[in-house]
Design a protein around this ligand. Structure first.
Ligand SMILES: Cc1cc2nc3c(=O)[nH]c(=O)nc-3n(C[C@H](O)[C@H](O)[C@H](O)COP(=O)(O)O)c2cc1C
Length: 199
């Protein structure tokens, strides 16, 4: 049996448990998710805030069994492919990196990564609230992923997210079993200062 998250994580201030209970396991159950499940996660991402409400985030998704799933999985580094290949869905998280101005030229959107990160955060929390797991990965070949999803001009791929139902840690290779636990965080005092960093 997987141990409860509260055995690993204690908040310093009272936050809703969704924030501490969400984490990124690697063991997936052999259980399918539906198109509606995936679109529900992306729906949550859709409501994220963004600079000038530009909504730069873009998602390309595939369910296990789709040809695209295998192609996306192939772009992952072997370490990630080994466990994420067992997920029920893969979501490529991309962003439009510029805005088209009135004269037809492109102006860089300095916030595309910041905003798309916020969207992924909402997606991950929605997955958790639905009883699903969403595990983001930066370990993949960006050029290969861009090719597989036919990434349009003025876009960048930021991450690939593995989605599915959580499985038992015992199904993972031995080296990963001991790492299958909610991670800690830096102390609040290490990440937040009042007034200025030099205070
Ligand atoms: C942008 C991004 C890239 C990540 N890349 C990987 C990855 O390539 N492989 C992996 O196993 N986990 C990856 N992770 C998961 C992080 O290691 C994990 O989110 C972090 O340790 C915090 O743990 P938690 O999500 O369980 O709270 C990534 C997470 C993010 C947000």
């Amino acid at each position: 049996m997987n141990a409860p998250v509260k055995d690993f994580r204690v908040a310093e201030y009272p936050v809703d448990v969704q924030f501490t209970d969400r984490w990124s396991p690697r063991a997936f159950a052999d259980k399918a998710v539906t198109e509606a499940d995936v679109l529900t996660l992306i729906e949550a991402a859709r409501w994220a805030p963004s600079a000038s409400n530009l909504q730069p985030w873009r998602f390309v998704w595939a369910l296990k069994g789709d040809a695209a799933f295998a192609q996306i999985a192939e772009t992952l580094v072997p370490f990630n492919r080994d466990w994420a290949g067992k997920a029920a869905a893969l979501i490529v998280v991309a962003a439009r990196t510029s805005v088209t101005k009135e004269d037809g030229t492109e102006s860089p959107n300095a916030y595309h990564a910041f905003d798309t990160g916020a969207a992924w955060g909402a997606l991950g929390l929605q997955a958790h609230l639905k009883g699903l797991v969403a595990h983001a990965m930066g370990g993949f070949d960006r050029d290969a992923a861009a090719k597989v999803v036919a990434l349009p001009e003025h876009h960048a791929v930021h991450a690939i997210v593995a989605v599915g139902y959580r499985g038992e840690a015992s199904t993972l290779p031995e080296g990963l079993q001991s790492r299958e636990a909610p991670s800690p965080r830096m102390a609040l005092s290490d990440i937040a200062v009042r007034g200025s960093f030099s205070a």
